[in-house]
Design a protein around this ligand. Structure first.
Ligand code: FAD
Ligand code: NAD
Length: 155
């Protein structure tokens, strides 16, 4: 099977969009990821799948912690930025909580310590044990990703 067929099929699964962030050498580092899932209530675990070519892969291995920032509808530009798809650099204001840089306008920020990891093909699954959660009180719609395109609810 060719890669295109696989990606086209996986693209039929609509997801939200997250930016995985961590502190590295005193600075914030982020990467767009839609391979995110809630895993367990006891203990509270989530998982993100990070490709071996991504710089974030080795960084999370070293830092042993990450935060998952669930993007809201109007944060498509941040998704493109942290996927390396914008030509120009941007200054992104982060909030800092317990050594984690987080995106303040995200729908939710899920702070984790790496619980375990599992190498699966050309990605590593990083399981995170959740240490803190921050959520916006006001309602907000999520940014969605479907068939390789950004969408929003009702669109
Ligand atoms: P880098 O190339 O080091 O950084 C990515 C970009 O973020 C760069 O432009 C950098 O300038 C910018 N950046 C980083 N930190 C900051 C900061 N503090 N301030 C400002 N800018 C900053 N890949 C996966 O492995 N797993 C996935 O689940 C996944 N899902 C994706 C979902 C979508 C919708 C998209 C578009 C891409 C996805 N990717 C995923 C691909 C991944 O986002 C890119 O390959 C990414 O560029 C790889 O990250 P890196 O760590 O090598 O990033
Ligand atoms: P796309 O059409 O390449 O992606 C559609 C779907 O295919 C994604 O939602 C994901 O489920 C899957 N997919 C894509 N690349 C993958 C990979 N390398 N490993 C495992 N699954 C993958 O979407 P696009 O808009 O062309 O994506 C932009 C860039 O972001 C591409 O370079 C793509 O490879 C990357 N991306 C990577 C992942 C991932 O590593 N899990 C997920 C989404 C996008």
């Amino acid at each position: 099977m060719d890669d295109r067929t696989f990606r086209r099929a996986m693209g039929k699964f609509a997801t939200g969009v997250t930016v995985v962030t961590t502190e590295y050498q005193g600075e914030a580092k982020g990467m767009t990821a839609n391979a995110f899932m809630s895993v367990s209530l006891e203990p509270k675990l989530v998982v993100v799948s990070i490709g071996h070519k991504a710089r974030m892969h080795d960084i999370v291995k070293q830092t042993g912690k990450f935060a998952v920032n669930i993007l809201r509808r109007d944060q498509e530009e941040l998704s493109r930025l942290f996927a390396g798809q914008l030509k120009e650099e941007r200054h992104v204001p982060f909030d800092w909580v317990n050594g984690h840089p987080i995106l303040p306008e995200a729908l939710a920020n899920i702070l984790c310590n790496v619980h375990s990891s599992y190498v699966a093909g050309d990605h590593t699954l990083y399981f995170g044990e959740v240490t803190d959660i921050f959520m916006k009180e006001e309602p907000g719609d999520p940014l969605l990703f479907f068939e390789g395109q950004y969408r929003s609810i009702g669109q």
